[in-house]
Design a protein around this ligand. Structure first.
Ligand SMILES: Cc1ncc(COP(=O)(O)O)c(C=O)c1O
Length: 399
């Protein structure tokens, strides 16, 4: 009864922007979440690649509790201790020299677009403002991020979009070369197209893109909102490809479950921003930064979580391979890196996701036919085994 009332009030009071499943989640620990009716679920969605350390990781919870007792929020008019600690961690462990903090992935993308334009006008040419992104990409829902997104279905109805974006085929360096004009200032890509169906480029693509950027004096922006924070088995996905960007966006896993985003850049590029050029009231506030410091420290400490991610990725792919053999026409492809895994089916997967939910498994479908698995990086073999039993059962019913 209580759940029914909540569902009724949800549709009564909340704007109708999400297609939601009819459950209310109330509690989470590690890989598990529990509904308001007490039903237990194993979570292979992880808040869409957010809960990298699982639900309510004790170190993150304690960091939030301690910070909440000390100081929740102050303005960026003043210096903020946890924000400085977090920026220093990024600078110590990535290509970046400077960090700007915001509250979400889309905001990080907006900040990246603004920094690229500002830098380009002063350093590449006053006419340079255009950014080339990829078809089938996803960069967020705010207007410039939506325009950067190379998928018409998200843009429909919101025209006119923001000027200055062009889209080219992903994984095709020649198409990029042909699209550059004297107005181009940057190329922005996801290292792996996650929302677009877990599309992994060939292993030389990003290095070719880096080379093109260097040859044409363009900035390379990598959107690591989904691929970052250990998701692919390295701190950031571009590390697999032996390159570094000029600007990078981060969010999702960064706060271990609290909303925070960041835009990172080299000193050379970051120096284009001056006081007043960009800002966010909540950006890098003490509470979320304390959570993010605890998250990054836990993620990178001893390499334990990244090792676990890589080991579990191997096991996961092996088990998916067994399913593919058992149900040959159903699984067209298995792909991904680390714990960003996609299983492309030969049919739409919505009914499978629904069936799995009923059997206690939260899984996700993207690009209509791709089951996307983005669980916490602390997942264990027994969790994967449980999922495989359920998928085996559900696929069996379909065949
Ligand atoms: C690559 C990428 N960029 C940006 C975003 C937008 O992030 P947010 O939903 O936090 O605004 C997403 C979200 O899925 C994403 O996957």
């Amino acid at each position: 009864m209580e759940v029914k009332k909540l569902l009724d009030e949800s549709s009564l009071y909340i704007m109708n922007t999400y297609k939601r499943f009819p459950i209310v989640l109330r509690k989470g620990r590690g890989m598990k979440v529990w509904g308001a009716d007490g039903k237990e679920y194993l979570d292979f969605v992880g808040g869409i690649a957010v809960n990298i350390l699982g639900h309510c990781h004790p170190r993150v919870v304690v960091a939030i509790q301690k910070q909440a007792q000390r100081l929740l929020h102050v303005s960026n008019f003043y210096h903020i201790g946890p924000q400085i600690r977090l920026a220093k961690l990024f600078v110590q462990h990535t290509f970046a020299d400077k960090v700007f903090f915001c509250n979400s992935g889309a905001e990080a993308v907006e900040a990246a677009i603004k920094l690229a334009r500002k830098y380009a006008k002063a350093n590449i040419g006053p006419e340079c403002f255009e950014i080339i992104t990829a078809e089938n990409s996803f960069h967020g829902r705010t207007l410039a991020a939506l325009t950067a997104t190379g998928q018409k279905k998200f843009q429909k109805g919101f025209e006119p979009l923001v000027p200055g974006f062009k889209h080219v085929l992903f994984n095709d360096a020649d198409a990029l070369r042909r699209t550059i004009t004297k107005e181009t200032c940057a190329i922005m890509l996801e290292p792996i197209q996650a929302e677009g169906g877990v599309i992994v480029p060939h292993k030389h693509y990003l290095a070719e893109v880096r080379k093109i950027c260097d040859e044409h004096n363009l900035l390379l922006i990598l959107d690591e909102v989904q691929t970052g924070m250990g998701r692919t088995g390295k701190f950031f996905a571009h590390e697999h490809f032996g390159i570094t960007p000029d600007i990078m966006t981060v969010a999702k896993g960064l706060g271990g479950g609290v909303p925070i985003g960041a835009m990172l850049a080299t000193d050379k590029v970051a120096s284009a921003f001056h006081p007043g050029d960009h800002a966010s009231t909540f950006g890098g506030n003490p509470l979320v930064c304390a959570a993010a410091v605890a998250t990054i420290e836990t993620l990178l400490e001893d390499g334990f979580v990244l090792d676990q991610c890589n080991r579990m990725s191997e096991y996961f792919v092996e088990k998916l391979g067994n399913l593919r053999e058992k149900f040959p026409p159903l699984i067209a492809d298995i792909r991904g890196l680390g714990l960003l895994l996609g299983v492309e089916l030969t049919r739409e997967c919505a009914a499978i996701v629904k069936e799995c939910l009923e059997m206690g498994m939260l899984i996700n479908c993207t690009a209509e036919k791709v089951l996307r698995f983005i669980p916490p990086l602390i997942i264990q073999k027994k969790d994967i085994d449980q999922l495989m039993d359920v998928l085996d059962n559900v696929f069996g019913k379909l065949m």
